[in-house]
Write a protein that binds this ligand. Structure first.
Ligand code: PGA
Length: 302
């Protein structure tokens, strides 16, 4: 029944309800031949007669009964869809489907908790990726909204800045560089740098920093996450450029020292990003506005 139209099903339902083509025609403001014609086409598609005419009376055949049950179920589904869409349009419920860059996972949950105090009915799907993966997700329309450290290049997006993201170089407090009062980037050329995996935005920021300063550290150890980078720095394996928000507890507890390097911290920002063509649900759009209006002060209190 591939070519059946909703209109035909509606006409069939009216004829089945009234058990009369003329009453169905009246109810739908159609002529009786128009109703007969649509029913005939529907019967052709069904491959079975749907009505039988006995004397002057019209009855549903068994096939007609079966189809009627389905048509009523379809109508109920449509009403449900209508109600779901209406409630989505008029209220802030539904799913918040956001992709967050791995470095932002240190503060996004706290922002979500605050947001859900106001919109308790919001369901949340939070996925954590590195920069490369998040760009692929956005491009595939696989998440509604993304939080990242640098707007995507080469993707038609709207990226709005909502909070500062300072990047600094950290070392173990026992590291000799931690005792220095002032350092230039060039002083660190001989150090071992712990770096994130390729595809990471933090790594990209570090590579740009070194290229712009024209310094060429020779020893790198690659670690797959901020967490591992921090643990490795604390264990004395080397030093690392990281988003200071990811290390705030360790810095406050004196387990990591921020090196006083001239020109640092690197002042980057957090951005909330969506594809330009993406139609955000009212809830998701509200979360976007919430990040822009309240993200920075909330992050500052963490
Ligand atoms: P990352 O990204 O978690 O992929 O390093 C952070 C950023 O883009 O600032």
């Amino acid at each position: 029944m591939k070519h059946v139209t909703l209109r035909q099903l509606q006409i069939f339902e009216a004829a089945a309800r009234h058990l009369s083509f003329s009453k169905a025609a009246q109810a739908l403001f159609l002529t009786q031949p128009a109703v007969s014609m649509q029913i005939k086409q529907l019967e052709e598609q069904a491959g079975l007669p749907l009505f039988e005419h006995i004397g002057k009376r019209v009855f549903l055949t068994q096939a007609g009964e079966v189809l009627l049950a389905h048509v009523r179920a379809i109508a109920a589904q449509l009403r449900e869809a209508e109600a779901a869409l209406a409630s989505l349009a008029g209220s802030f419920s539904g799913l918040l489907d956001i992709g967050v860059i791995s470095t932002a996972k240190y503060f996004v949950p706290a922002l979500l908790a605050e947001f859900r105090k106001r919109f308790a009915q919001a369901e949340v799907k939070l996925a954590i990726y590195n920069r490369e993966d998040i760009l692929a997700r956005l491009a595939a329309n696989d998440c509604d909204l993304a939080v990242m450290g640098l707007p995507p290049e080469g993707l038609d997006c709207v990226a709005e800045r909502f909070a500062p993201n300072p990047l600094g170089i950290v070392a173990a407090p026992t590291h000799p560089m931690s005792r220095r009062y002032r350092l230039a980037l060039a002083d660190l050329e001989g150090e071992t740098f712990l770096i994130r995996e390729s595809g990471s935005g933090t790594r990209q920021a570090m590579e740009r920093l070194f290229a712009e300063a024209d310094i060429h550290p020779r020893r790198f150890l690659e670690m797959g996450s901020n967490e591992t980078v921090k643990q490795a720095v604390m264990a004395g394996l080397g030093i690392a450029l990281i988003s200071l928000q990811t290390a705030r507890h360790e810095i406050a507890a004196g387990r990591l020292a921020v090196l006083p390097v001239g020109g640092l911290p690197l002042l980057r920002s957090w951005y909330v990003v969506k594809l330009r063509q993406k139609q955000l649900s009212p809830l998701t759009d509200e979360f976007r506005r919430f990040l822009i209006a309240e993200g920075a002060p909330l992050i500052a209190t963490l």
